[in-house]
Each structure stands twice: as C-alpha cells, then as structure tokens.
Design a protein around this ligand. Structure first.
Ligand code: OGA
Ligand code: MN
Length: 225
C-alpha cells in the first residue's frame, strides 16, 4: 500500500468535474477525448523529472509489441523505452489516485466494469515513432480504455511527435493530431480507435495507461503484460 499521502492545499487528488463530464460525453459520442491542461503542470513536472532520473539510471527498457509469449522488439513499429509505474514516488501515487478517480467516474457513467489500471512511462528519443495500431482487439479486449498523459513543457510547433487519431471506418482518415504538450491528456476506447505516434524530433516523454477488465479468454486467465 502507498504511504499516507500528504495533502497540501494546492494539490488536487480528484479531477475537475467539468473536464470529467466532457471526457465522458466525448467517449460516448466519438470514442475518444483530448483535454489540454487536464493534469496540473506541477504534477507533470514531477513526473517528467522522475522519468529523467529513471533514464539516467538506465531503468528504462525498449518497448515491444504483443503480450506474453508473443512479445517481440520491433523498432520498425515502435521506438520508445518504458518503465512500468510501481507507486515508488509521491508523483506516481498522485497520478494513480487521479486515475482511480477517473476509473470510478467512467464506471459510474458508462458501466464499463473497469477494475484495474496499468501504466508505464515512455520515452521516445529523436526519430522514434509508433506506427498506427489498436491497443486491443475486439472480443479479446482486456484493455478497455486507453490513456496518455504528456509531460513535455513548451513542446515546439515543429517538434513532431504528435499523436494522430484515425477514423475507425477508414484508417487513412486522420481525425486529429495532438502535440505532446505537458498537461494534455488523451483517453479513448482501446479496441475502437486506430492511432499512431508520428516521428518525433525531440525527446518525448509521456505516461501511457490502460484500464482493464479481467476477461478470461477460452478458459485462460487474463494474460499478464
Ligand atoms: C501506446 C500509444 C501514444 C502516445 O503507448 O500504445 O499509442 O501518444 N501511445 O504516446
Ligand atoms: Mn497505443
């Protein structure tokens, strides 16, 4: 269990009601939500610092694709390095508390039965990208709702590294492009929204996370990551 969390007056441990209401509406209407300044710059800064410390201590590993026995490294598909959140810092515990609030609000509004959240820091070095993909596949969807929080203050207009969201009917049709600016939060239905990370020109920091449901598949218990 995390240590008792000191609650300083300028720190919020729940999300803003108006932003939450818009998130739920957008998830229902279009399957995805983008919120700027959704998470405070102070918390983003602390998480960004932690990711840099992890990188300096070589605590990041190259990300792969596929789960369990299917896991493989494919730099032609994704080029980030990751570290799973482990509740070791106050900043992580703060962020996970906010995601717990979000989980409860989504369950209350949408009856999705989300019961667990897993997340990792991600660092994309210059030149890295993540090609168009879904985060889970219909019918085998233990990842139900995907989230991404960006941690890069003052992301330059020419920085690249945007997240592109495509139409579920036509993967060639781009619906929006989100710069990875600190505080921006993206949330979408994991098996319905094709998306990509466009090649970045600068080091790009984020936290990708997934709300899960414990679906057993053909008698197999939900496989571990
Ligand atoms: C992912 C992903 C998007 C982003 O990690 O699955 O799609 O913008 N990340 O970092
Ligand atoms: Mn993804």
């Amino acid at each position: 269990m995390p240590d008792k969390m000191p609650q300083t007056p300028d720190m919020h441990w729940t999300l803003d009601d108006h932003a939450l209401a818009r998130l739920v509406d957008d998830l229902v209407d279009q399957g995805w939500f983008v919120g700027e300044r959704f998470i405070s710059s102070k918390l983003c800064q602390a998480l960004h610092d932690e990711l840099h410390t992890l990188a300096a201590h070589e605590a990041l590993s190259d990300a792969g694709i596929g789960r369990g026995g299917q896991h493989q490294l494919r730099h032609d598909i994704r080029g980030d390095a990751i570290h799973w959140l482990d509740l070791k810092s106050q900043a992580q515990r703060h962020y996970l508390a906010l995601m717990d609030d979000l989980q409860q609000q989504i369950n209350r509004a949408l009856y999705l039965g989300l019961f667990e959240f897993e997340a990792h820091f991600a660092h994309y070095p210059p030149g890295a990208f993540y090609k168009t993909h879904f985060d889970s596949f219909q019918g085998r969807a233990n990842r139900i709702v995907s989230t991404v929080l960006y941690l890069n203050p003052d992301w330059p207009a020419e920085g690249g590294g945007e997240m592109a969201i495509y139409s579920s009917d036509d993967e060639q049709r781009e619906l929006t492009r989100v710069p990875p600016e600190a505080g921006t939060f993206v949330c979408f239905l994991s098996d319905q929204v094709p998306h990509a990370v466009l090649p970045t020109r600068h080091p790009r920091a984020s936290i990708a996370g997934w709300f899960r449901r414990n679906t057993s598949m053909e008698g197999l218990i939900d496989p571990a990551r």
